[in-house]
Design a protein around this ligand. Sequence first.
Ligand code: HEM
Length: 410
Amino acid sequence: MSDVNSITEQFTAYLADNEGADPFPIFARMREDAPALWVEPLQAWVLTRWDDITNMLEDGESFGPLMNQPGTSSIFGRAILQMSGDEHRRKDAIIAKRLRSPRQLGSTIEEIVSGLVQEYGQRLPVAPEAADLRTGLTEPVPLGAIAELMDMGEASNFRNWYNDIVAAGTSNVTRDPVVHARGEAARDELYAFVTPSIEERRTCPGDELLSDLCSMEYEGERLSDDEVRSFTAFLLSAGIETTDRALANLVKHLILQPEQWERLRADPELVSSAVTEILRYRPAVHVTIRMAKHDLAVDGTSIPAGSKVMSFVSSANHDPSRFDNPDEFDVGRFQGQERPNYTPIGPVRAFGGGPHTCTGSLLAKLEMERTLEYLLERFDHFEFAGDVPPDTGIVLRSPVTLDVVLHPAA
Ligand code: HEM
């Protein structure tokens, strides 16, 4: 069998049964021998090299947004990821004004995040009892942060809307109709909650993100009512499960590699580097998706106009052309060089790249750093309550549950 056939077979087997499988050796083969591979079950071209992926993310002339396909945000229509050019730049600036503001991040947002980490951290059961860290800590911290930032803390159904909308989004790669219908119902409830207050927030804005979406203008551009609703649903999906899974990956690998945990305990200055490193080593988001706008060639492979192109940013993060010893988890790797990786400039592709680089990356950084600091302060060590939880998911990937026994520091 040719190399490409055997790679295709191996990758397709991973797609069919990804739980607990290790995709990184497959990505290495793909980078080497099939860097632009047609994958039938995905109906997409799959890119795995850092250079090609970075180019895809940066080159808006050749690659554009993809709408209404499995694995995209078809559930809530056109939001920021589906926009391009000046429209994208202006509307992204409306979200970024708050989420990337040093003043906000250093005061209000810092207070919200630190408060949530303390609140949920203190409720965690300790040894000999097991704690479910995902439902107990890694999910409620980003969930609470978005709810507060959007002034939706009072919406009692917020968590259910979030769960159903997320399940029907990128995770629903097979487009399960029941999951899709549940997502649409949750989206409708969310919209019914948001709609009555849009007009009021337009004329009398509060000091929170939903009011920004309703009231802010950037270079004369303002969001329509439909866009306010779509952006709200998008932020629910983009801002919670991503950070939740990123934190789950961090804890999992600090348990699997206790010498890295000990390094952090001995030198808490490494917290920021450790967070950046887990985002490189085991990113929560594995894939970004675009459409080829015209016929093009990647590494000598022709990709026709209109094709779906899936870039495995997780593979880019392990490309040896960019990272030394890419398959090693080294919490000190980025010390003093963390910050560019939360912008389009840095080499880590966990937050994408180019104009659509994650607007919430600094919020995610803050949430992850505060959570790790809390764990380091409070616990001597932790261990899995049972077997090592397997990673699950193709687009978003992490353990689904994280039952651990927490041993408090003396
Ligand atoms: C560790 C956590 C996170 C990860 C790994 C992550 C990852 C990503 C990635 C890969 C993209 C680019 C998608 C693409 O180009 O197709 C993206 C975009 C985006 N993310 Fe995040 N994200 C995280 C947290 C957040 C948070 C907390 C928020 C906001 C509350 C957020 C808001 C956004 C927005 C608004 C975009 C669209 C940016 C644009 O189109 O210009 N993300 N994120």
